[in-house]
Design a binder for this molecule. Structure first.
Ligand code: MEV
Length: 329
């Protein structure tokens, strides 16, 4: 092919973020909005990465042979996204060959970038899947998930496989790093309200913050991380039984423990409390924290909870489950 487009879903984290970096299990859900990456052969000597509709200037990167010479121009969320796409292509050529000269990459997002909805995982997964098709290499969704994870490790230094596995494979995923990757349900209805606020810190910075707290108070933080792991185990049972009350309680406990790890902030916690007050059975931050995304379990009161989230200063994103994962056209 001369031109391939792949779309990979964003991800909301239902349970277990941060503890998953320490090998505990987590549950995440792919959503019906994501990132679209088009990779095309254009000729010429340079690799170009463009992002559409993101209200930031494009990023141009020069490539000679397979070594990247230029660097990402500005320091915006967009260029962060571009470095994930670039790293995905670089890892793909290291593993499977191909030539990046003359390649044009176009990134389009249906989600706010860097809000904790796994846009970095989605761009990594979509870029890897699109490039694989372009060079006629057949990869499974598990293979693409692994490449996406290497991309996140390369760009961020530390990352669990949670977001990339869920974005690639779709559905509601149980992830125990290095041990188990399992789709939990293909028919589950999750009456979730998703909101977000601007972030003060990146996921990478928040992961470092937790690490510093861990080093300072290892016994205490180990206990918190273990409790989060126990929440995930109970949530698996509650999910399979459709027990929203138990799921809500577990979300609230999970939020308390994330607060204890220092990854929530005043604005985000406030939205979470307002969502509960409006009738949500449970509410928690979702993802790295520091602002960013939150979720509320609100069966029958979705509208009321969405209004409360907006009144508290959050933006609501309407979502549904995406069961397919990455999709190549
Ligand atoms: C980020 O979406 C979730 C964290 O657990 C980091 C990771 O899993 O790599 C905070």
């Amino acid at each position: 092919a001369l031109k391939v487009t792949a779309t990979a879903p964003g991800v909301v984290k239902l349970f277990g973020e941060h503890a998953v970096v320490y090998g505990r299990p987590a549950i995440a859900m792919a959503i019906n909005k994501g990132i679209k990456v088009t990779v095309e052969e254009g000729g010429g000597d340079s690799l170009t990465i463009l992002a559409k509709d993101l209200a930031v200037k494009g990023v141009a990167i020069r490539v000679t042979g397979n070594s990247i010479e230029g660097s990402v121009i500005d320091d915006s969320q967009l260029s962060r996204l571009a470095s994930y796409a670039l790293t995905a292509l670089r890892i793909m050529t290291e593993k499977y060959g191909g030539d990046l000269r003359g390649i044009r990459v176009i990134i389009e997002s249906q989600l706010p970038i860097g809000a904790g909805l796994a846009t970095s995982a989605a761009v990594s997964v979509a870029a890897a899947a699109a490039y694989a098709r372009l060079i006629n290499v057949k990869l499974s969704k598990e293979d693409i998930a692994k490449i996406g994870h290497s991309v996140e490790l390369t760009v961020q230094g530390a990352a669990s496989p949670m977001d990339t596995a869920t974005s690639s494979m779709g559905g509601v995923m149980y992830i125990k790093p290095g041990v188990e990757l399992r789709k939990l349900s293909t028919s589950l209805k999750m009456p979730l309200v998703v909101g977000y606020v601007e972030r003060e810190l990146t996921t990478g910075e928040l992961v470092k913050r937790v690490k510093a707290l861990y080093n300072k108070h290892p016994r205490v933080v180990e206990g918190i991380i273990d409790s989060i792991g126990a929440i995930v185990d109970e949530a698996v049972t509650a999910l399979s039984g459709g027990d929203y009350v138990a799921l809500g309680e577990l979300m609230n406990i999970n939020q308390g423990l994330l607060e204890a790890l220092g990854v929530s902030n005043h604005r985000l916690s406030n939205i979470i409390y307002m969502a509960r007050k409006a009738g949500a059975l449970g509410a928690k931050l979702s993802g790295g924290g520091g602002g960013g995304a939150m979720i509320a379990l609100a069966p029958g009161v979705e509208d009321k909870v969405a209004v409360a989230v907006e009144l508290a200063g959050g933006e609501v994103i309407l979502i549904d489950v995406n069961y397919e994962g990455v999709h190549v056209e």
